[in-house]
Write a protein that binds this ligand. Structure first.
Ligand SMILES: [Zn+2]
Ligand SMILES: [Zn+2]
Length: 345
């Protein structure tokens, strides 16, 4: 089969490799669509190394069709259309037992420890099947729509951590695909006003299509002034950082009203520090927290939101890439050319 094999930073090669073989407890999925995540960009650039093997096949946002089912596997059949939840929790560790399976101490993931979705086929290991990480997708969804389930599930986790409530004013930093998912989810959660900050023009336009009330260009406008004028000088209830820029953390904390929450949703470059004024946290009683990955419940919630037509997936994705275009699909995300690039095959 053909696969994009990651050999190290900036070295991704489309190669002919052996088609994965499955045992009686495993499933083989033919990949119909896989999407490029910001994390894939960071892996490609060498900015994320944890859990990344070389050589390996990366890509953890994938949907496809079951090609082959091991004799001991129940409930799945060849031809089933499925989504793959990449993070496999151990279900036994302290975190799994305390409602934080997304940060499982023994977590493994498809696209990291197991080969991922930038290939024609992917092997679903028995650990993933036992944990329920393979999910059937409704017939009426296209693969291009369904491939958003995983990143949207991560955003659902983020909205919960950010504590978005009815009537809130929510600020989203960054108008990439993740930012636009947060815009849509905040609206679904009942936010009265969503303000998005993004320097790239076409992304601001998309943000308005996604439901943002304001799309601010931080290069020419003061985001703080706009937030204050929209909140009678109080500040936002929630700020979600959908870009991992360390030096913005402090200014983001200043956008909050007292008692507000700043969620560091995006991953940051390893070992880069950010300065923060502790008195803003102290006197304003703000909460700063983070979000990592997704739970299995988030994946199901995400799929049901997409299936019920509540998510505009078109505004989030740029389709039309094939495996041959893998490097361009990654650099387009890196350079902000498209939105979430989706490889179909
Ligand atoms: Zn992802
Ligand atoms: Zn665990």
């Amino acid at each position: 089969m053909r696969a994009a094999v990651f050999h190290g930073p900036n070295e991704l090669k489309l190669e002919e490799v052996k088609k994965p073989e499955i045992n009686e407890h495993e499933v083989l999925v033919r990949v119909n669509a896989s999407a490029v995540c910001g994390t894939d960009v960071r892996i490609f650039e060498g900015k994320k190394t944890k859990g990344v093997r070389t050589p390996s096949v990366i890509g953890h946002e994938l949907v496809g069709t079951i090609e082959e089912v091991g004799s001991q596997v129940k409930g799945f059949f060849a031809g089933d259309r499925v989504g793959v939840m990449p993070v496999i929790p151990c279900r036994k560790c302290y975190y799994c037992l305390n409602g934080r399976e997304n940060v499982c101490a023994n977590r493994t993931a498809i696209g990291y420890e197991y080969d991922g979705g930038f290939a024609e086929y992917v092997r679903i290991p028995s650990a993933a099947l036992e944990a329920g990480n393979l999910v059937k997708i409704p017939d009426h969804l296209t693969f291009e729509q369904a491939v958003i389930t995983e990143p949207l599930a991560c955003c659902i986790n983020g909205q919960r951590k950010a504590n978005v409530k009815m009537g809130d004013v929510v600020v989203v930093i960054g108008g990439g695909p993740i930012g636009l998912m947060h815009v849509q989810l905040a609206k679904i959660a009942g936010a009265s006003t969503v303000i998005l900050s993004e320097p790239i023009g076409h992304r601001r336009e998309k943000a308005l299509l996604a439901g943002a009330d304001f799309a601010v260009n931080p290069d020419i406008e003061s985001l703080e002034d706009i937030v204050l004028s929209e909140t009678e000088g109080l500040g936002a209830d929630v700020v979600i950082m959908a870009i991992g820029v360390p030096f913005l953390v402090n200014s983001c904390s200043n956008l909050l009203k007292k008692g507000g929450t700043l969620n560091l949703f995006a991953g940051f470059t390893k070992d880069v520090m950010s300065e923060i004024d502790p008195n803003v946290i102290h006197y304003n009683e703000i909460t700063i927290n983070g979000t990592s990955a997704l739970t299995r419940a988030d994946y199901h919630k995400s799929l049901s939101l997409i299936a019920s037509g509540q998510i505009n997936t078109e505004v989030i994705t740029t389709t039309g890439y094939t495996l041959d275009d893998i490097e361009r699909a990654i650099t387009d995300v890196k350079n902000g050319n498209g939105m979430k690039t989706v490889i179909t095959q």
